[in-house]
Ligand binder design. Structure first.
Ligand code: GRF
Length: 206
């Protein structure tokens, strides 16, 4: 055992956030020990294989319901020794059966400044609203939709932007930096709840 934080990642899509973790924190502050997906053909799984990280797919069709799928995923991640679970573009809700296996140990990256624009289509929601400032949030996952305690956020002014692809391109490097930074902070034990106000996270050095 390396003594480094053991991280499981769940991803549904391209996996650029997973890649950022593999390229920067993997083998340093943390070890990515498992990458799972709800989509057997997710490019993210290929990135994990290329990095020599074990993968598994948990398609809905192979499980009687969402809870059974959650339990299967949690069991696999626990077997792999994951201590922290990172949702890196995992596009399914996780229920209490999963979260109970990793209490306050699941984090997510969201392409908006929460609590504005939670859920799917956050960038499209923000554009529709006509905001001038966009951003990224990394937060702990609770049973709500993007409602858990916030670890870090960063805003970016994009006053002239009119298309989702432009916003996505501007946010992607911020996502990579914040998400890898959050994994690093957690690995170093630098994130803890404020005893006076437990949903406020105290981040050492922030
Ligand atoms: C990111 O925009 C993330 O905010 C959202 O899903 C996307 C995942 O991108 N939750 P990638 O698969 O990491 O490239």
């Amino acid at each position: 055992m390396s003594g480094r934080l053991r991280v499981g990642v769940l991803a549904s899509g391209a996996g650029s956030n997973l890649q950022a973790i593999l390229d920067t924190v993997h083998g340093h502050e943390a070890d990515v020990v498992a990458v799972g997906s709800d989509k057997p053909d997710a490019p993210a799984l290929g990135r994990a294989v290329a990095a020599g990280v074990p993968t598994a797919a948990f398609p809905a069709a192979e499980h009687p319901d969402r809870e059974a799928r959650d339990v299967a995923m949690a069991t696999w991640l626990v077997e792999r020794g994951a201590e922290l679970v990172v949702l890196a573009g995992y596009m399914q809700l996780l229920g209490s059966a999963f979260l109970a296996a990793f209490p306050q140990r699941v984090i997510n990256v969201h392409p908006a400044l929460l609590p504005a624009f939670p859920g799917i289509g956050a960038i499209e929601q923000a554009l529709e609203y006509g905001v001038k400032v966009f951003g990224v949030t990394v937060h702990f996952v609770d049973e709500g939709v993007d409602s858990g305690p916030i670890i870090c956020q960063r805003a970016i002014e994009l006053p002239g932007v009119t298309d989702a692809a432009g916003v996505r391109d501007a946010l992607r490097p911020i996502e990579h930096e914040l998400l890898t930074g959050a994994v690093r902070l957690i690995a170093r034990g630098d994130v803890r709840p404020d005893p006076e106000h437990p949903r406020r996270m105290l981040v050492r050095g922030a």
